[in-house]
Design a protein around this ligand. Structure first.
Ligand SMILES: Nc1ncnc2c1ncn2[C@@H]1O[C@H](COP(=O)(O)OP(=O)(O)OP(=O)(O)O)[C@@H](O)[C@H]1O
Ligand SMILES: [Mg+2]
Length: 380
């Protein structure tokens, strides 16, 4: 017999209580789902709004095990968590989505790359090294990536000369071909336990090279129909081959000659899917909840064009946050502000985002550029 929907009795445990968890809570309220969070920061964005908030380490076996013990479904908003505890919870019959074995692959960029290779999924050529010494002699340029622990571009160095290599990571890492890229694209796909799969329209990312963070993101992406179709096929293929349940973001490079290669994947809601809240029939956060609770997946169709702009802490400011210019830009029709509730601004820290919606990509792009100049995240 089909399991009935128990709404308010369903307890979802989320490892991590940051902005992704916070936006997941906003969707969970509509479906009357409880969200309980674990995060080491007592002031994490979810701390004041989750059904319960546990302050503790995401990497400690006992903490994660105890946290998961009374939840119906356990999920993550960050990959760097104690996988052993999740495996125990899974063996005890708890639903853990994404599955711990998949988190293990994704957490290590080396295992991730090997997975693409083993399943004939397109990715840049690479080799493994154990320490910096192993990289000497490899022809420049290349990209040096830490196998584990990197985030927001912090574990990635483009190496063009010997001097840059010497100040790079002396740890197990991968050396990857530098891809001559035309665009960076992102595809978000969801799969529920029934095996239903649904993909969001492709997103185009513009990077800030200094912060190594996405500065703008646009949807729909300005690519050919062939690229749009191909990217969706690859994204579906990845989630199917992983056998994953939940939401998966697939970051692509579009090469100069219009080939798609996978850069990396993230098994959770993603920065490149924030615009889905206002621009798609279903948001990535609701879709993730639908997937992990084995509900029907929502319609991913784009209902209007969108640009997303991360609000990151201005360089040179650290302290209680102040959003200079916010009141002014809130007058703009079709602009939506999302402030994550972080009290302290630091250089490049993600403090919030804005979604600018409109009838055409040209219109939202023009407005997004203007808005970026009018708002600064500083400290008081
Ligand atoms: N092989 C490559 N060729 C060219 N550019 C690359 C390559 N690998 C990474 N980059 C650049 O570095 C950025 C960060 O790389 P990557 O996504 O692997 O790092 P990350 O720290 O895991 O990312 P995130 O910012 O998604 O957390 C990419 O978005 C891209 O701009
Ligand atoms: Mg990335």
């Amino acid at each position: 017999m089909k399991k009935h929907w128990h709404g308010g009795n369903t307890k979802v445990g989320v490892l991590g209580g940051g902005q992704l968890g916070r936006m997941m809570i906003q969707s969970a309220i509509n479906l009357d789902i409880q969200i309980h969070c674990l995060d080491p920061d007592p002031n994490a964005p979810c701390s004041a709004i989750a059904n319960s908030f546990t302050c503790g380490s995401l990497n400690d076996f006992d903490t994660v095990l105890a946290f998961g013990s009374d939840k119906d479904v356990i999920t993550v908003e960050i990959e760097n968590v104690n996988i052993e505890a999740l495996k125990v919870l899974q063996s005890e019959g708890k639903k853990v989505f994404p599955q711990p074995g998949i988190l293990e692959i994704i957490k290590d960029k080396g295992l991730q790359k090997q997975f693409y290779l083993d399943h004939s999924l397109p990715t840049a050529s690479f080799q493994f090294i154990d320490s910096l010494a192993d990289a000497r002699g490899i022809e420049f340029p290349f990209v040096h990536k830490l196998r584990t622990g990197g985030y927001d571009g912090k574990g990635v160095n483009v190496i063009r000369k010997a001097q840059e290599l010497e100040s790079s990571f002396d740890a197990p890492s991968i050396i990857e071909d530098l891809v001559p890229l035309k665009k960076e694209l992102s595809s978000i796909v969801a799969r529920n336990e029934n095996g239903d799969i649904s993909v969001f329209p492709l997103v185009e990312c513009e990077f800030d090279s200094e912060a190594n963070l996405v500065s703008f993101l646009f949807s729909p992406a300005n690519v050919s129909v062939e690229v749009e179709i191909k990217s969706a096929e690859i994204a579906k293929n990845v989630v199917e081959k992983l056998g994953m349940v939940g939401l998966l973001a697939v970051e692509f490079f579009l090469t100069e000659d219009d080939n798609l290669v996978i850069n990396e994947i993230a098994p959770r809601p993603h920065n490149s899917g924030h615009h889905t809240i206002e621009c798609c029939m279903v948001s990535q956060f609701e879709q993730h909840l639908r997937a992990i609770l084995n509900l029907p997946l929502g319609d991913t169709a784009l209902i209007r064009c969108g640009a997303m702009l991360n609000l990151t802490g201005e360089k040179g400011f650290e302290g209680p946050v102040h959003y200079e210019g916010l009141e002014d830009i809130l007058k703009i029709p079709g602009l939506y502000a999302h402030l994550y509730g972080k009290k302290i601004s630091k250089p490049f820290r993600k403090m919030g985002h804005l979604t600018i919606t409109g009838e055409s990509i040209d219109e939202v792009r023009e407005l997004a550029i203007k808005v970026k100049k009018r708002l600064r995240v500083i400290s008081t």
